[in-house]
Design a protein around this ligand. Structure first.
Ligand code: ATP
Length: 237
């Protein structure tokens, strides 16, 4: 489905992503891990069209998407969440989803939005002010709901579990598992917690200073001492 070929992203003298290649299939749930500043979000930005890679190719279902703007990539089926929840101010939860749906599909489908509200446990909050009326778990659920409203085939989840307490995290993980099964999307998730990644993902890719240093099953990857060293930030010292 998605093919990253030798993606490099430079910001001036800083190489944030360095020659990264990765193939993501239509039934994959892949964890993207690495220390702070390793380049994970920049890679998401390159895939979704927020950042133009310095070099490399991005193919989505065989089509080169590098020149396609963000909304076109969304309409092809590339959906994403943002690390910091960004609800649109002075809009209700449902209105936020409507805007996302129009952006991602070019049309409005209220039935589909009702399903998404139900699935993300936001139905009771549909008319709440999204910016002021939601708890943290609900804000995170809204990020996922907005991404789902764009009708994605590939969903890029940027630390959607971060900051949640144990119970909220567990509930959210169940939702993510169902999401893969129910909506048939493939998922790439940025997440720091090894247990969470091992629980959710079939494969893990590890970035360190922009480079992909390992890829494999969670068991393989987390047994690799070089990964653990980079992961705990020891390599930064
Ligand atoms: P975190 O886990 O902290 O979110 P990350 O792995 O997602 O980290 P990125 O946010 O992709 O890392 O950042 C990679 C590097 O690129 C960092 O050194 C960051 O400061 C730098 N960077 C990211 N975006 C920009 C930008 N727009 N301009 C300049 N430098 C940037």
């Amino acid at each position: 489905m998605l093919q990253l070929e030798n993606i490099t992203v430079r910001f001036g003298g800083l190489t944030a992503v360095n020659d990264v290649s990765l193939a993501i299939g239509s039934a994959d749930v892949i964890g993207l891990v690495g220390a702070n500043g390793a380049g994970k979000t920049t890679l998401f930005n390159a895939i979704s069209g927020l950042v133009r890679p310095t070099s490399g190719r991005i193919l989505f279902n065989g089509q080169d998407v590098l020149r396609a703007p963000m909304y076109q990539r969304a309409r092809m089926g590339i959906g994403r969440t943002f690390q910091i929840p960004q609800p649109m101010h002075e809009l209700t939860v449902r209105q936020n989803l409507l805007v996302a749906q129009r952006f991602g599909t070019g049309s409005v489908n209220h039935k589909r939005l009702d399903e998404i509200l139900e699935f993300t446990s936001l139905a009771a909050k549909a008319d709440a002010d999204a910016a002021t009326g939601l708890a943290l778990t609900e804000l995170k659920a809204l990020e996922v709901a907005k991404a789902l409203a764009t009708n994605p085939k590939l969903l890029l989840l940027d630390e959607v579990l971060a900051g949640l307490e144990t119970h909220g995290k567990r509930r959210f993980m169940h939702m993510l598992k169902d999401l893969h099964q129910q909506f048939g999307v493939s998922i790439v998730i940025i997440e720091h917690d090894i247990e969470t990644i091992s629980n959710l993902c079939q494969r893990v890719a590890v970035l360190n200073f922009g480079q992909m240093i390992a890829e494999g099953t969670p068991a393989e990857v987390f047994a690799n001492p070089a990964v653990m060293e980079s992961y705990t930030g020891a390599a930064h010292a």
